[in-house]
Each structure stands twice: as C-alpha cells, then as structure tokens.
Write a protein that binds this ligand. Structure first.
Ligand SMILES: [Zn+2]
Ligand SMILES: [Zn+2]
Length: 335
C-alpha cells in the first residue's frame, strides 16, 4: 500500500509502497478514508528538535484521520464493529502509570503518539489500538471527522480557559487557533479577537464568522485588557504579546509548541500580574471527544468552513508545500 514515511532522521519524507499492516492483539485495522495534515506534521517534515526527540524512523506519519473498520483483533467487549467509521485519539496511554491511574490518560507518563511514536494514517490502511479508537457519530460528515482532532485540542483549551462572557484573544490563526475561535463562540465568549500576520489566515478567520475581528498585530493600547489569552501560535513574538495582552489576574492558556526556548520576564508577568497560566497537551479522553461531537452535531461549529484544500495522498509533497505556505486552513488527504 502507498504510505508517507519518515524514513530517516533528517528533513523530508518519502512516499513508498509498504506492506499492509496486520492488527496486533487489541488493535483494529482500518481502511483510511480521509486524513488531514497537522502543524505537528510540518515539524516532523522539517525535523524540528521536538520531532527528533519523539520519532524513531522509519515510521508512517499522520494522526488526524477517519477510516472504516475492516478487522478487530480482540476478544475484549467493544461497541466498535466492522464497517464503523472511526478516528484515532493520538495519545496512546499505558494504563499503568500514575496519570492513567487517576484517569488523566492524555498526559500518560509512558505515552506513545499515533503517527509519531508508532505508524500512523497517511496510508491506505492503518492499525489503531482499540483503547484509543473513537467511534464517530455517523451523522457527522466523514471529511469533518478527519479534522475533529484539532477541534478537540481547541475545545480542551477553551474549556480550561472558561471563556463565557469573557473577552478572549487568540494568538495564531492556524487550524487550531481557528477552531479555538469556533469553540469560544460556541461556549459564549463576549468578544473574540484573533491575531495573525498572514492575510490569508485572517481572511479565512473572518469568513468563519467566529471572530469579532482579526488583526495583523495587537495594538499596544490593548495590552492588559483581555480576560483570557489563548496562545495557539507557538511563536516567540506571539507568546510575548500574549503575556502583555492578558489583563492583571487574567488567564493564559499555552498550547502552541515553540521551535526554540522561550524566556519570560518572571517578575513582570508571573508575579506582578498574578496570572493564572495553564497548558494543554491534547484532548481529555474521552470527555473532549464527547464535547466535540456535540459541537459538530448541533452545527455550533461547522468545520467545513476551515477545510480549504483536498489532495490525493500521492500528491503529499504538493499538499505539504501548500500547508507550509500558510495559505491554507485544513488540508484533507485522500488515499
Ligand atoms: Zn494534530
Ligand atoms: Zn500511563
């Protein structure tokens, strides 16, 4: 079968023919219907330090997906049946560590990441551990199912931020930043402002109707004025502005992963501003997935608004080039 493979510890990927996977014990085999490119996949492609410390080549990449269940290799009781459309929770937890014991599965101490630490879904077939297989609600558009994982990240960010009746600033309007706008609107934020220096992304955000306004830069007159700042960019400048923008005793949620070490004026921000700072790494299992399903089913968030491109899997390089140009929302691949 055709697959996108990180075959060596260096930038780039290869498209090649690999054997169809065989589901191991307590795994499901799925025929991938759609997969979408994540910001993380850019980091893997470019071989940033985070990727280098998480991937041991060779691995099939790609973690945002929907596929049809072909086979289940398990005698455990499960509601998943052949023919179901399922997605994969990227954070594969161990069930043996302290975090798993307290049901904090998404930050498992021995976590393996789908499409990163093990083979993923930019391929015709993939295997997923049964415990991280999510049965989709069949009323949701299958293409949207492949994009719900980043919406899940945004939902977890926005839930932690407690945005109801708050003024919310979103740093970065990549797909997860856009989704954060949708989730913040659905959860009753009073005002939602998005920041991005790329005009394409601001236009896309404006078209969603989720943002009250978008700006290239935050005007310094707005520093210290936002109840909540969602740092979705992972960009050094974005992070600096996030600390400036949040009001005294406000809340900052860190989500974007920077490519470099970030320094913070500890006294000015952490002490004098008395901020609440929380971070988010992934979705709560399965609470966030239920929330995401509710937003999609009810139509409160229409993810079709941010799906901007489609490519056959064989044109992965072309799709990645578009993704890296930042002139894209979500890009959906079809094997
Ligand atoms: Zn992702
Ligand atoms: Zn664990």
């Amino acid at each position: 079968m055709l697959a996108v493979v990180k075959d060596k510890a260096a930038p780039g990927v290869v498209l090649k023919d690999v054997p169809k996977p065989i589901p191991q014990k307590d795994e499901v085999l799925v025929k991938v219907k759609y997969a979408s490119i994540c910001g993380t996949d850019i980091g893997i492609y470019d071989w940033i330090p985070w990727a280098a410390s998480h991937i041991h080549p060779s691995k099939i990449i790609g973690h945002e997906m929907v596929g049809e269940v072909i086979e289940i290799n398990s005698d455990k009781e499960t509601k998943i049946k052949p023919g179901d459309l399922v997605s994969s929770e990227t954070h594969i937890y161990c069930l043996n560590c302290y975090q798993c014991e307290i049901k904090n599965y998404h930050v498992c101490e021995n976590m393996q990441l789908f499409g990163i630490g093990r083979n993923g879904a930019f391929a015709e077939y993939a295997t997923i551990p049964l415990k991280t297989t999510w049965k989709n609600d069949p009323s949701i558009d299958p293409e949207v199912m492949s994009v719900q994982e980043p919406l899940g990240n945004a939902v977890n960010v926005v839930t932690k931020a407690e945005v109801k009746d708050k003024r919310v600033l979103i740093m970065g309007l990549g797909p997860t930043g856009l989704c954060a706008g949708g989730a913040a609107k659905a959860y009753g934020a009073k005002e939602i402002v998005g920041i991005n220096d790329e005009p394409y992304r601001r236009e896309l955000a404006d078209k969603t109707g989720w943002f009250d306004r978008t700006e290239e830069k935050l005007d310094p007159s707005e520093y210290n004025s936002y109840d909540v700042v969602l740092e979705m960019s992972g960009n050094r400048l974005g992070i600096e502005i996030a600390f400036e923008a949040v009001r005294i005793a406000g809340k900052l949620i860190a989500f974007g992963i920077p490519k470099e070490n970030i320094s913070v004026d500890w006294g000015k921000f952490m002490i004098n501003k008395e901020l609440s700072i929380e971070s988010v790494f992934g979705r709560q299992i399965w609470k966030t997935w239920h929330q995401t399903t509710e937003l999609l089913k009810s139509g409160k968030v229409d993810l079709k608004k941010i799906i901007t491109h489609h490519f056959p899997l064989k044109d992965f390089e072309q799709a990645m080039a578009v993704m890296k140009s930042r002139k894209a929302g979500k890009i959906v691949l079809e094997p």
